[in-house]
Design a protein around this ligand. Structure first.
Ligand SMILES: Nc1ncnc2c1ncn2[C@@H]1O[C@H](COP(=O)(O)OP(=O)(O)O[C@H]2O[C@H](CO)[C@@H](O)[C@H](O)[C@H]2O)[C@@H](O)[C@H]1O
Length: 527
């Protein structure tokens, strides 16, 4: 494609550190929360303010902020190179000891907009590297990922344990609940329980397919006691599983949509953990809470767009469509513009999109793709672009600016995902008047109304996907219906506010149980 703008810097401008009880409102004014809520630590391996590989980065930036008005919610993450090189000052607040081969490290504190306090693990030998949080520059997993994310998990446990007072005390702040995310944080509840600490833990699965499974020879290096390596503990087919540790030792498991919460109890989607997850569901320890999207996803105010637009301002939307066509050097066209904004991985069904591309072009449509990931998929997409110059444009890379322009400019978004825990791209697309064409699975089934706010197909067959694309073409040719669907899609808004209520209910339930001394017994009964 024609040289899209370089990936924009997400560097914030410098603001002075705030007193810990202060909040910075979106308007930029400082205010003090009326009631400082219970201390909760949200532990994550990505935060979109600094580094985002996929949806976890978005959720980690938005959900703790949405919860800030109810709790003294703080985030813990690794101090990757992007964090250290950002303009936000890092103040060292503690030194955390190591364990076995997990090195000691410093703990820093950063104040981000909207009053979000983020603790960062300053451990240059583990985290200050080129590449992504998980992969090196050549797309290979970092060989010491087990140590890196055991470091993250252990830090959360050390910050929580009251006996660790001499280790970590930020003006007496200690979490009363931990909200953990994905396998990278799975060892946290295990480290806590092995020390006899019963602080309640919520463990959210954003994607069960990534599990952090390692050979049994790594146990000693992570300080894992031998007695824990059992079928009931963290042995997964005689290997060590971080994901299983998170499920076994946490009080409650959530995942990011109700449908996916049901799906992962079946062999088709359970990735070998369906038995354990089924028993969690039977015990009431597994639930689905659909993700939201943050307020920045608004076509009326998004500064990245070629032209801001609102519902019914289809001329404004068309300016964005023409902008995308120019970005990708596509021909002038009156046909529909299809789009893909995705990590390029097997999960996302790019093989089906590639197989459908020729029919889209033959029917007078065009396709733009932005994404990066598996080299074979990247190459197949480049070949596709070369076969259909002027009709298909591909940008291999990651750029939120370009992604937003594509959501705004496209007519349809293709998401034939094999599975999709929630999916954010379809929600962004709907908000920007682009109708998703998606497989009826996971969160896609929960957030798209077939024939109203998008198109769903039931079986993962090429012919079913093609049929859904054909329906999209027909609706595009029927202007009134097409605009009615656009209006319906733009009207639904999965605000975080809606997801916050079930999280609050869950937190309260777990913290009350804990203060009544019941959490331990409930957990034990559940295991
Ligand atoms: N090249 C690119 N340039 C710019 N932006 C790009 C991009 N490629 C992807 N993105 C963006 O990255 C995010 C991807 O989020 P998704 O939720 O759609 O999928 P992901 O599989 O990463 O997340 C996992 O976690 C999330 C969060 O819970 C679940 O919704 C999801 O189902 C699960 O697979 C979106 O914000 C998308 O716009």
């Amino acid at each position: 494609m024609s040289n899209p703008a370089a990936v924009e810097s997400s560097r914030p401008s410098v603001i002075p550190p705030l007193p810990s009880a202060a909040m910075r409102t979106p308007s930029g004014l400082y205010s003090v929360p009326l009631e400082p809520g219970k201390p909760i630590l949200f532990v994550t391996s990505e935060l979109a303010d600094f580094v985002k590989v996929g949806g976890l980065g978005d959720v980690s930036a938005a959900l703790p902020r949405a919860l800030l008005r109810y709790y003294d919610m703080r985030v813990l993450m690794p101090a990757y190179r992007e964090v250290v090189e950002s303009l936000w000052p890092i103040e060292i607040v503690a030194h955390l000891p190591g364990l076995a081969e997990i090195p000691a490290c410093d703990l820093g504190r950063v104040y981000l907009p909207e009053g979000l306090i983020v603790y960062v693990l300053v451990c240059p030998e583990l985290f200050e590297r080129p590449g992504s949080p998980y992969l090196d520059e050549h797309g290979r997993e970092w060989p010491d990922n087990h140590i890196r994310f055991a470091r993250l998990s252990l830090a959360a446990a050390q910050m929580t344990s009251l006996e660790g007072d001499d280790v970590f005390s930020d003006n007496g702040w200690h979490p009363e609940l931990l909200h953990l995310n994905d396998w990278q944080t799975g060892l946290t509840p295990a480290y806590l329980r092995w020390e006899g600490d019963e602080t309640p833990c919520v463990y959210t699965i954003h994607n069960l397919a990534y599990q952090g499974v390692y050979g049994v020879d790594r146990l000693a290096s992570l300080g894992i006691p031998e007695h824990a390596f059992t079928e009931e503990g963290l042995s997964f087919y005689n290997q060590l599983s971080f994901m299983k540790a998170g499920i076994v030792y946490s009080d409650h498991i959530t995942t990011v949509s109700e449908t996916y919460a049901r799906e992962i109890t079946t062999p088709e989607f359970g990735c070998g953990l369906e038995g354990l997850l089924s028993s969690c569901a039977e015990q009431g320890r597994l639930s689905g809470i659909t993700n939201g999207i943050d307020d920045s996803w608004d076509p009326k105010t998004d500064a990245y767009l070629a032209c801001a637009f609102a519902t019914n301002d289809w001329a404004g939307k068309r300016v964005n469509t023409e902008h995308v066509r120019r970005m990708f050097r596509l021909a002038v066209s009156h046909g529909p513009l299809f789009a893909v904004v995705s990590r390029l991985v097997h999960q996302k069904g790019l093989d089906m999109t590639i197989a459908a591309a020729e029919s889209i072009v033959r029917a007078g449509g065009q396709l733009v793709v932005i994404g990066c990931g598996e080299p074979a998929i990247e190459e197949a997409l480049r070949n596709l672009e070369a076969r259909f110059p002027g009709a298909i444009g591909v940008y291999i890379g990651f750029s939120e600016r370009e992604a937003r322009c594509i959501f705004a400019g496209s007519d349809f978004l293709l998401m034939p995902s094999r599975f999709e825990p929630c999916g954010l791209s379809q929600m962004y697309a709907q908000r920007f008047g682009s109708l998703p064409v998606a497989h009826r699975t996971g969160g896609l089934a929960d957030t798209i109304e077939d024939g109203v706010t998008g198109f769903l197909f039931n079986e993962l067959h090429q012919s079913d996907f093609q049929h859904a694309i054909d329906r999209a073409f027909r609706v595009y040719g029927c202007t009134e219906l097409f605009y009615a669907m656009r209006r319906a899609a733009m009207a639904i808004y999965y605000q975080w506010r809606l997801s916050v209520t079930p999280y609050r209910r869950l937190y309260h339930q777990l913290m009350d149980l804990e203060s009544a001394g019941n959490a331990g017994s409930i957990r034990r009964a559940a295991q």
